[in-house]
Design a protein around this ligand. Structure first.
Ligand code: ZN
Ligand code: ZN
Length: 170
């Protein structure tokens, strides 16, 4: 069974455990949640954009990754990827980063809603881990591998890969 370790820099304890359960359910991974929290360092911060570079965060994390595991970090800072104004996450070389910053309804001046916040985090985590397992973007708007250009896309999609994506996993 493939191992996946989750580390977080957010105080979202309950949400992290739901993410772990869903990743087990969707991909059949052996998931553990690291007890230690991970701190995003100033090294990945772009002062002009006032955002962290998700690629730099992933590169820093790749040094903490054991060779037989996949690593997922849940961070609460705003992140971007080169060529994008912002992103919800990134996956490269066995490391995935999901930012909860723009998944929180409060970012859109809406009241706090833990179940919505949790569902969005689950979907983006299942999306990035899907990339780690070799899946690419999917044109089905309900499939977890559909690319989220903005939060509406995340709300439309589910946390499960469609039949076509699932068949590629096997
Ligand atoms: Zn993607
Ligand atoms: Zn799909």
């Amino acid at each position: 069974m493939r191992k996946l370790r989750i580390i977080k820099s957010t105080p979202l304890e309950r949400i992290t455990y739901v993410v772990a359960e869903r990743l087990k359910e969707v991909y059949g991974l052996d998931v553990v949640v690291d007890e230690k929290t991970f701190s995003v360092t100033p090294q990945s911060f772009n002062a002009l954009r006032r955002q962290h570079n998700a690629v730099s965060i992933a590169e820093i994390l790749s040094k903490m990754k054991k060779h037989d595991e996949l690593l997922l970090a849940l961070v609460d800072v705003d992140v971007y990827a080169p060529g994008l104004n912002y992103c919800f996450g990134i996956a490269l070389k066995g490391v995935a980063v999901v930012s909860t910053y723009r998944l929180d309804p409060r970012f859109y001046d809406l009241p706090y809603d833990e179940s919505l916040y949790r569902d969005r985090t689950v979907k983006e985590a299942c999306h990035e881990v899907g990339h780690l397992l070799g899946l690419q973007h999917c044109s089905d708007p309900k499939c977890v591998m559909h690319f989220s250009n903005w939060i509406y896309d995340t709300d439309v999609k589910g946390y499960m890969p469609c039949a076509r994506c699932t068949s590629k996993l096997r």
